[in-house]
Design a protein around this ligand. Structure first.
Ligand SMILES: *Cc1c(COP(=O)(O)O)cnc(C)c1O
Length: 227
């Protein structure tokens, strides 16, 4: 039995409640449904229940779904690790990229963005848990990179993204969310027109919303566990 509409409604209700508890308007928070590894039929079920933005991590897994669902008004977000040989396809088939981690990848995405499409919306991924193995740039490098990315002609820098270590204690996870918000504020103080904090997943979306998330990326709680 397909429970996706019910799960989706429950996630929307959690977003609503967390926003109200934080004194925020639920309309400020976009739900990104993370459909990685799930079939196109699951995306179609969520789309049928009103969901429009979907997140994918793996290009090879995403492209067939994007093709199958091409007649639907879906906004695709790439949330995986970037690789140079994938940037051209990512830039053609997605509306957003959340994981900008280097000027090189940003330049590749910009140069391959088709002229007939609006600029690709991007977030810089920040590593706030201090682990070398995780993606994202060091907080001390964010501003310099942001100023350069913001000048690329075919990108539109929207803000910052982070993914705390899932094994971190809640205090360090909450500190990462608050740290991302502080970094966004300092980018604004430097004159950049940025508005997006992409943070919060199935297990920590309430904490992320409390700290100012404007996009929460939810997979498991909508589509069920991944194999
Ligand atoms: C898989 C993934 C998510 C969703 O995680 P869930 O715990 O399934 O909600 C969010 N963001 C990124 C970058 C992911 O890779």
């Amino acid at each position: 039995m397909n429970q996706i509409p019910e799960r989706l409604a429950h996630v929307q209700e959690r977003i609503h409640r967390a926003a109200m508890a934080a004194g925020r308007s639920p309309g400020e928070i976009m739900l990104l449904a993370v459909s990685k590894t799930k079939p196109a039929s699951d995306v179609a079920a969520a789309f049928g229940a009103g969901q429009r933005a979907f997140g994918e991590n793996y290009l090879q897994d995403a492209l067939p779904k994007i093709r199958t669902l091409a007649d639907k008004d879906i906004e695709w977000h790439f949330i995986g690790r970037l690789q140079s040989n994938k940037c051209a396809d990512i830039s053609r088939h997605f509306t957003w990229v959340h994981g900008i981690d280097s000027l090189k990848h940003a330049e590749q995405l910009s140069s391959h963005r088709p002229a007939e499409l609006p600029p690709l919306q991007v977030c810089i991924q920040v590593n706030l848990s201090g682990e070398v193995t995780k993606g994202g740039v060091d907080p001390t490098e964010v501003e310099a990179l942001a100023l350069k990315v913001a000048r690329l002609p075919r990108l539109r820098l929207r803000g910052l993204m982070t993914m705390p270590d899932p094994n971190a204690r809640t205090t360090s996870r909450d500190a990462a969310f608050a740290g991302l918000r502080g970094l966004l504020e300092s980018l604004r103080a430097s004159g950049l027109d940025v508005d997006t904090l992409s943070m919060g997943m199935s297990d920590d979306m309430e904490a992320a919303i409390r700290e100012g998330a404007t996009i929460v990326r939810i997979g498991t709680d909508i589509f069920g566990p991944r194999d």
